[in-house]
Design a protein around this ligand. Structure first.
Ligand code: NAD
Ligand code: TDX
Length: 343
């Protein structure tokens, strides 16, 4: 496939964290970008600041599970990139139904419309969590899926439908399984922005369990370039892992953030563990490397950039953090018996 095959693409969830970075990347290329986003608590037009009035960007507020909204958004598009999802594991433990509705049923609605309109590419953004915990080594794309929390289960279920549309109807699908991603515009419910904004607010970092759970940390720009690479050069019907080879136990990430912010090491507080907390994720990403992609940002460099952004943007995160506390964290933390207080 040539380097610039699409005139118009649909990006669902393009007002969320990774989706909004991807929209910026896509607009650097000569194509029209349609964003369909429900603007849940996790999405915001502010995430698209600077490009919202771009002449090649078309924003539609709507639900991927709503056939009428999807029909309108997908018209004239040659490719779909599906970021839209409920994404927070802790929320999925409390309210799993929303995860099935958006992540599974919403994906089904998109697949149906993609089939009807005959798109050239349907890229579904999945996650390394579908493999379940990987205690040693690294998961390969051919490994079986063993999701262990409701979020991961909904992402795995969606993938099964996506691949069934390849097998059954030859819809040209692609799946990416990215590892833990961080950077500007990430909702402060997720670990790295939560740790940064808590310290900036004079609150401790609540570390689940012993803090030795390990994740591979991918800077958001690298994740977006990986998705772009797969969209253009991936083979239909295939999954591609996206890793960063920047594995760190959570406690090391917390210590790095404390150090970079010059905070008191005693600000790291162990709290009771997340139920069913996956001990370790790791993916083998040579299949994607063969398409010419490699991550460019080290964890240290990415963390420094991310901290600088959150330092400069309390206008972006303060209300989100307060809302998360009010709607969710107060309850979650109370259940965990942590010393964190609602601001
Ligand atoms: P996010 O929670 O920041 O954004 C999700 C976006 O989807 C929001 O803008 C929200 O409004 C929108 N949305 C939710 N439900 C919708 C619906 N029914 N219809 C339309 N829009 C809807 O998420 P993120 O961290 O940017 O993740 C994006 C994608 O990448 C997700 O599919 C997620 O599973 C996947 N992923 C995330 C990570 C990570 O570490 N953040 C890692 C691997 C994969
Ligand atoms: O307060 C916290 N304390 C803590 O110790 C939070 C919010 C998290 N953690 C731990 C749990 C995890 O081991 O930090 C690690 C990262 O947690 P999250 O940011 O919630 O991410 P995770 O559960 O690993 O899932 C993330 O990566 C895969 C994203 O949220 C998913 O959308 C993505 O698919």
């Amino acid at each position: 496939m040539g380097l610039q095959p699409f005139r118009r693409i649909l990006v669902t969830g393009g007002a969320g964290f990774i989706g909004s970075h991807f929209v910026r990347l896509a607009l650097e290329h000569d194509l029209e970008v349609v964003v369909l986003d429900k603007l849940t608590y996790a999405g915001s037009l502010l995430n698209l600041e600077g490009v919202l009035d771009h002449p090649r960007l078309h924003f539609l507020q709507g639900d991927i599970a709503d056939p009428a909204a999807v029909a309108e958004a997908i018209a004239g598009c040659q490719a779909v990139v599906n970021f839209a999802a409920e994404t927070h594991v802790d929320r999925s433990l409390l309210e799993p139904a929303a995860f099935v509705q958006t992540n599974v049923w919403g994906t089904m609605v998109l697949l149906e419309h993609a089939l009807r309109t005959g798109v050239q590419r349907f890229l579904h953004v999945s996650t390394d969590e579908v493999y379940g915990e990987v205690l040693t080594g690294a998961a390969r794309e051919i490994d079986p899926l063993h999701p262990r929390n409701p979020y991961a289960a909904s992402k795995a279920a969606a993938e099964h439908f996506v691949f069934s549309y390849w097998t059954s109807y030859r819809l040209p699908v692609l799946v990416t399984r990215g590892c833990n991603t961080y950077g500007p515009y990430q909702h402060p419910e997720k670990f790295i922005p939560l740790a940064i904004t808590n310290l900036l607010s004079g609150q401790p970092i609540p570390l689940y369990g012993d803090g030795l759970h390990e994740r591979d940390w991918l800077y958001v720009d690298d994740h977006c370039r990986a998705i772009w690479t797969v969209l253009l050069h991936g083979q239909p019907g295939q999954a591609y892992n996206i890793g960063a080879s920047q594995h760190r136990p959570n406690i090391a990430v917390a210590r790095a953030i404390v150090h970079l912010l010059g905070a008191d090491p005693a600000s790291i507080v162990h709290v009771s563990d997340r139920p069913g907390h996956d001990r370790r994720y790791a993916v083998e990403w040579s299949k994607l490397a063969a398409l010419g992609w490699a991550p460019r940002t080290s964890c240290e460099e990415g963390l420094a950039r991310t901290i600088a952004w959150y330092r400069s943007r309390p206008d972006w995160w303060t209300a989100r953090r307060d809302e998360a506390f009010a709607a969710y964290y107060a309850r979650n933390y109370r259940d965990r018996g942590t010393p964190v207080t609602q601001p």
